[in-house]
Design a protein around this ligand. Sequence first.
Ligand code: NI
Length: 180
Amino acid sequence: MRLMTLRSILIHPDPRLKTLCRPVAAVNDDIQQLADDMLQTMYAAPGIGLAAPQVGVLSRLLVMDCVKDEGATPDPMVLINPEVVWSSEEMSVYEEGCLSIPDQFADVERPVEVRVRWTGLDGAEHTEQFDGLWATCVQHEIDHLNGKLFIDYLKPLKRQMITRRMVKLKRERAREGNGA
Ligand code: NI
């Protein structure tokens, strides 16, 4: 039995959230621990997805669980070195948010379906097709591994407005002594 630790989530703007993350070389104990901690941190937030750079680890790993209905069985997923291998031409718009950009939401257009290949915690290669909220979530999280945030899809004015709010939020949190 492994202990799980909540990790603190970085808030935008932070250079670590703008970094191209390196591939995970081996699925070892550190990676298992990171995945456990990230799932715990995601559920506690609460959120439906979390990428390693959001907890300050610049590796290509993400966790997600888009099961939101009360009482439904959770479906935690850990994707290591995920890659979109196919995207639908058809697009859809979802109102997105991000644990690194708290309480800010905006419409983002993305392919409605994607096929993703990744390495699992079992070390094996997996491929799955995602649609609906899962498709939006996995694309949003893979973007994080490439240093891209959902606000990067918005018009500059809106993006700057949100960034200014986050700078203010971080200043307030630092003043309260909660770190940043
Ligand atoms: Ni995010």
